[in-house]
Design a protein. Structure first.
Length: 375
């Protein structure tokens, strides 16, 4: 490949009335002029406002303003696996927001089943009858082998947009997200992944692997700009079909320096903000935390919601992190890294962490970034 990446209404008709004479007629005429001027002013103002609203809608600004309802979120849940086993518990929870997978497992050997509108509606309804925001997990920077769009033949004859498997998360493949072939699958048309999510009734999407651009920027120098453009295109398409549709991005806080990118999204979720980059439960270096905060707070000043996910296994660390996030105005959740609904406080032994996909320990042992060691 040239980029150096590995291949795989009508006006009413007036009635005529007899003309009035004298002062009364002149006064009537002046009143008519004033009324017409006033009506014209109101009409042109309404047209101008309408034009501004249309322009705001087209640019995504209007839709992100509706997204400020995320600012009312004070608790959230994040689960992608075992939805079939914990669905009732999730529906009975009192969290303000849920991030769940678009599909859930069936019996062994069966493909994943997309959530239907009735199931999504159950999740959106709290036990007291109130409403809850439900976002669909949506990986836009990697192709997943367990999705409806995956073609097993791609492993031996990959399309031009497919790059390589992510060492940290097997069965997930990095993509050239800027290529039309990938966009046609993921965001364009009535049968795209995005269209299916919207048809199921989700309030919005939770974008994962936005940060894939950082993994391939050395081989594709326009990766950062292309990701900003891609998220913008996705957000416009989503809101064209469903005004007010929410877009929350995960990680990739470097993109928050872009005003266009910040205008495209309604909030950010940051993983491993305080702990876990270099080891499970290990505090991140102060300069790393400060760098992320500086960019995240730009979005916060825009009035957008900030969510954080820390994969901690210590109650003391969870309590400490909660105090810190409360002072920052961020909304935390503490799930297991497998995002399977299990108890995060039942820590895996250190030796087992090297065998659990996605952990820093697994990555250190097997991967060089997202690439398999020695590849």
């Amino acid at each position: 490949m040239q980029d150096g990446l590995p291949g795989p209404a009508p006006f009413p008709t007036c009635c005529c009335r007899p003309a009035k004479s004298g002062r009364r007629a002149n006064e009537q005429k002046r009143r008519g002029h004033r009324m017409r001027r006033r009506t014209w002013t109101i009409g042109t103002t309404a047209l101008a406002l309408g034009g501004m609203m249309w322009a705001a809608h087209q640019s995504g600004v209007l839709s992100t303003l509706t997204g400020t309802r995320l600012s009312a979120v004070r608790s959230w849940g994040y689960q992608l696996q075992n939805l079939d086993k914990t669905f009732d518990a999730l529906a009975a929870s009192d969290t303000d927001l849920l991030v769940v997978d678009f599909s859930m497992s069936q019996s062994a050997g069966q493909p994943m089943k997309p959530l239907d509108p009735a199931e999504v509606e159950r999740l959106k309804t709290r036990p007291n009858g109130g409403r809850r925001i439900v976002l669909a997990y949506f990986s836009i920077g990697e192709a997943e082998e367990y999705r409806f769009y995956w073609n097993p033949g791609w492993k031996t004859s990959p399309p031009s947009w497919l790059i390589a498997e992510n060492c940290r998360w097997p069965r997930n493949h990095l993509v050239r997200f800027w290529e039309d072939g990938w966009k046609d699958i993921i965001i364009r048309g009535d049968d795209s992944y995005l269209a299916r999510i919207q048809a199921a009734g989700f309030d919005g999407v939770y974008l994962d692997r936005v940060d894939v651009y950082d993994d391939i920027k050395d081989r594709h120098p326009r990766a950062r700009a292309d990701m900003i453009a891609f998220v913008g295109e996705m957000a416009r398409e989503a809101r064209r079909n469903q005004p007010g549709f929410l877009v929350v991005a995960q990680n990739a806080e470097d993109l928050l320096d872009s005003t266009d990118y910040r205008a495209s999204i309604d909030g950010l979720a940051k993983e491993d903000m305080l702990y876990g980059v270099r080891g499970t439960g290990s505090r991140n270096p102060p300069d790393m935390i400060a760098w992320s905060r500086e960019r995240i707070d730009k979005l916060k000043r825009d009035g957008k919601a900030i969510l954080v996910a820390e994969y901690l296994t210590s109650q003391d660390q969870i309590a400490s992190a909660s105090r810190e996030f409360a002072s920052l105005g961020y909304v935390p959740v503490y799930p297991p890294r497998a995002l399977d609904g299990s108890d995060a406080l039942k820590s895996l032994p250190s030796a087992d962490r090297t065998e659990q996909y996605g952990t820093p320990e697994y990555a250190a042992q097997n991967c060089d970034g997202v690439w398999k060691k020695g590849s």
